[in-house]
Ligand binder design. Structure first.
Ligand SMILES: NC(=O)c1ccc[n+]([C@@H]2O[C@H](COP(=O)([O-])OP(=O)(O)OC[C@H]3O[C@@H](n4cnc5c(N)ncnc54)[C@H](OP(=O)(O)O)[C@@H]3O)[C@@H](O)[C@H]2O)c1
Length: 258
């Protein structure tokens, strides 16, 4: 039996690296997609040596239409699992942020998820099996924390839930993973100061990966790793939206992040 193939965007750091290591341990062949070729090659060598699997390196900047099209072509050839993980946030206010960075954020966090999922589904449907994992965020479930980033993740959650209903009992499933704060390179890259966040709000990569994949195995469409974030998001659904905005503004300021 050939090994199943998983294509992961953004595996050179953080959560994507965690999913890559876990799928490699589980015996999948990997296709790794990100910009940093040296980090991609290093990870590929590590995972081949440790697990005896095949790893393809597919360098791509997902802000570029031509690169997204290359990745889409690879997906059209067929994979069993697509993990749309690459994504980023930025700091500063929306009205002063670089318009090109805001567009790039939309390209990676939204357009790439839409285009790569669209490319992956036909061969999955033809095979009658396949899994799409979209990394969203708690920010996509709670209103009032930042602007464009939260909106992009709300799109991912809504897209996933609608698509999950559409896929029905085709054998192909789609899932949104909504982590809270996770120790990765995300906040440093975004230039967001996280000193005020209490320890109990932080998750680690391996726990998020393990819990989300366990949820996916159970068929959950929306996975929210960590008890603290299950409580927070359940509370957020039960109280009026205006109160959620007030609370998130108090807790995370709701400013200086886009
Ligand atoms: N960390 C958190 O607290 C947190 C919470 C909720 C949700 N998330 C979500 O989790 C996902 C992973 O984030 P992370 O925390 O693991 O962040 P991270 O450590 O900064 O890793 C981000 C990954 O995305 C890739 N990437 C960024 N821009 C890209 C582009 N233009 N083209 C291709 N790849 C690109 C990076 O690779 P290269 O630089 O090599 O291209 C890197 O591998 C994101 O969707 C993020 O929104 C994170």
């Amino acid at each position: 039996m050939p090994r199943p193939v998983v294509l992961i965007t953004g595996p050179t750091a953080g959560l994507g690296a965690g999913y890559a290591r876990r799928y490699a341990r589980d015996g999948y062949n990997l296709v790794l997609v990100a910009r940093n070729v040296e980090r991609l090659e290093d990870l590929a060598a590590e995972l081949r040596a440790a697990n005896g699997i095949d790893v393809e390196v597919l360098p791509a900047d997902l802000t570029e239409a031509a690169d997204r099209a290359n990745v889409a072509d690879r997906l059209t050839a067929g994979v069993q699992v697509l993990v749309n993980n690459a994504g980023f946030g930025t700091s500063g206010e929306f009205w002063t942020a670089d318009a090109a960075v805001l567009q790039a954020q939309l390209d990676v966090n939204v357009t790439s998820v839409m285009q790569l999922t669209r490319a992956a589904l036909p061969p999955m449907l033809a095979a009658g099996s396949g899994t799409v994992v979209n990394i969203a965020s708690v920010a996509g479930l709670l209103s009032g924390r930042g602007s464009t980033y939260s909106a992009s993740k709300a799109w991912v959650v809504s897209f996933t839930e609608g698509l999950a209903n559409g896929l029905g009992d085709t054998g192909v499933t789609v899932h949104a993973v909504c982590p809270g704060f996770v120790h990765t390179e995300f906040h440093q890259r975004a230039g967001i100061d996280m000193k005020s966040i209490p320890n109990f709000m932080w998750l680690n990569v391996d726990d998020v990966v393990a819990e989300s994949l366990a949820d996916i195995a159970k068929g959950k469409v929306v996975s929210i790793p960590g008890l603290q974030y299950k409580v927070l998001t359940t509370g957020g659904r039960l109280v009026p939206r205006g109160l959620v905005r007030t609370l998130t503004k108090g807790f995370g300021r709701g400013r200086d992040r886009t």
